[in-house]
Design a binder for this molecule. Sequence first.
Ligand code: FAD
Length: 544
Amino acid sequence: MFARTALLSLALYASTTAFSFTPSSSISTRAAFAPSTTLNVPSAVRTTSLRMAEEEASDSEYDYDVIIVGCGVGGHGAALHSRAQSLSTAVFSGNDVGGTCVNRGCVPSKALLAASGRVRDMQDASHLESLGITVEEGGVSYSREGIANHAKDLANKVKGNLEMSLVGLGVDVVEGRGVLTGKTGEVMDQSTGKVYKAKNIILAPGSVPFVPPGVTVDEKTVYTSDGALELNSVPEWVAIIGSGYIGLEFSDVYTALGSEVTFIEAMDDIMPTFDREIAKLAERLLIRDRAIDYRTGVFASEVTPGIPGEKPVTIKMIDAKTKEHVETLEVDAAMVATGRVPNTNDMGLEDCGIETNRGFIAVNDKMEVLTSHEDDAEVVANVYCIGDANGKMMLAHAASAQGISAIENIVGREHTVNHDAIPAACFTHPEIAMVGPTEEQCKERAEKEGWTMGKSQGNFRANSKALAEGEGNGIAKVLFNQETGEVVAVHIIGIHAADLIQECSNAVAAGTTVQELSMMVHTHPTLCEVLDEAFKGAVGMSAH
Ligand SMILES: Cc1cc2nc3c(=O)[nH]c(=O)nc-3n(C[C@H](O)[C@H](O)[C@H](O)COP(=O)(O)OP(=O)(O)OC[C@H]3O[C@@H](n4cnc5c(N)ncnc54)[C@H](O)[C@@H]3O)c2cc1C
C-alpha cells in the first residue's frame, strides 16, 4: 500500500467550506388492464411536428405500433406493457438487453454487496460471539474471483431471463443501435442502415458514468462503477470520489473485503443528498466504525492512473470554493462515483428538433418529449422518453414505471407517474431507504404550502427481530402532514430498510394517513414493527 499520507499540502487549508395521444383506432387495448390513473394533464398540450412532420402516414405504412430505443429496465418494462396492450412492438437493444441495471448497475452491485456482506458478518467476531458463535483461528477468507464471478453470472442470468421474456411475448428485438432519422416515426438500425417505422417511439437510452474534467479513467487503477463491478482487484487503499449511493455501496463492499477507503466529496457534507439526520447516523454506522475517512468541500481536480504495485494513482484536490490546491493523495486505486449523464449523444435528436440540457431530454408528465427545457417548449408528437435519459429520477424501478406510463398514454389512458411515491434505497449494511423529500425539504414544502409537518420515529433497538439478529442500530422516521395525517416522507436506516420502505411508499401513493396506518396490524415479531412504532407514535399511541 502506498503511504497513507497526504502529500504536498502546501496550500493553506483556508476554509474547507466548501455542489397526445393520437392512437389510431387499429390499436387494440385490453380493457381488462386499466389501472387507476392520476390525471394531471400538463399545460403544454401544443404539439409540434417540427422537422419530424411529414404527411400523416397511414397505418399500413407502419411496421410497428411502438418502437422502443434502448432495452434497459425502462425499455424492457415498456416493451412488456406494450405487448400486454396487444401493440406490435420492436425494441432496439444495442446488444445490451438489461442495460445498466442488469449488466453494470443494480444487479451485479447487489451481488457484490451480498457476498462481501457475508464476509463482513463472518469477520465480526464480537457480533458472532454475541449470538453464541465462535470464529475459529485462521479467520475468514474469500476468493476475489469467486465473488466477481458471482456478480457476472447473476447479471448474465438476469439478462437471459429478460431476453426470454421479450421473445416469449412477441417483441421483435433489433440488436443494433437505434437512431432517429428526422422523419416522423422512423428509427434506423445504425449497423445495417435498415429503417423501421412506428406510430410511436419511446426513447430509453439510459445513462453512462460521469467523469469530471481532469480525471483520467483507465478502468484499471482509476475506474467508474463499470470497472469497479468487475472486481479485478481489491486495492489496499481506494479513494472514492463522490459519496452518493453508488460510492457508499462500494465503500461497503471494499471495507468488507479489507480495503481502506477515503471519500473525496465536493459538498460541505458527506452523503450530501441524504436526509441530514439519516446521514449523521450513517456516518456513525457506515463510516466512523470502519476503515474509512473522508475529505469534504474539495474537488478531485486531477486524477492520474497508476501501475498496480509500481506507481500510485495520484489525486490532486482543490478547494471547492477557492479552487486552491489543498492536498495530493497517492492511493492504490480511485473509483469515480460522481454521478451519471444521459446516454443521448448521436441519437439524431437534433435532426428532430429536440434540444437537450446537459444531454437530458425534456418530457412532460405524460413522458412525451418536449422540444426543449424552455417554458415555450412544444410536445413532439408520438415521441416519448423514459428512464435515466429524462433525469426525473435515475432509478431502475422509476424507469420501468415511466415505461408503463408511456404505454398507458399511447393507448389513450392518460397517466402520470407519482414520483413523490417512488422509494429509493442504498444497499449498504445496514441499508438506507427513503420515500419522499428529506426532512429539510419537507419543512420548506410545509412552510410554502401552509401546513404543519409532524415527525415520529421508530427504533430498531426496541425491535425484537432486529435484536435477535444483533442488529439494533437504526431508526425509521415518518414525516407527515399534521392537519390531514397524510404521510409525506419516510427515511429508514437499519437492517432490511430497503424492504421496509415499500409499505411507506404504498402509503404515500395511496394518501394513507398515520391514523389509518396506526390501526393496521403488523406481524410480530418482524422488522415492520419499527414502522408500527413510528405510525402509532404519530397519533400518540404506544407500540408494545
Ligand atoms: C453501480 C450502480 C448501481 C445501481 N443500483 C441501483 C439500485 O440498487 N436500484 C435502482 O433502482 N437503481 C440503481 N442504479 C440505477 C439504475 O441502474 C438506472 O437507473 C437504470 O438502469 C436506468 O434504466 P434505463 O432503462 O433508463 O437505462 P439503462 O439501464 O442505462 O438502459 C439503457 C439501454 O439502452 C441502450 N442504448 C442506448 N442508446 C441506444 C440506442 N441508440 N439504440 C439502442 N440501444 C441504446 C444502452 O446500451 C442500455 O442498454 C444503479 C446504477 C449503477 C451504475
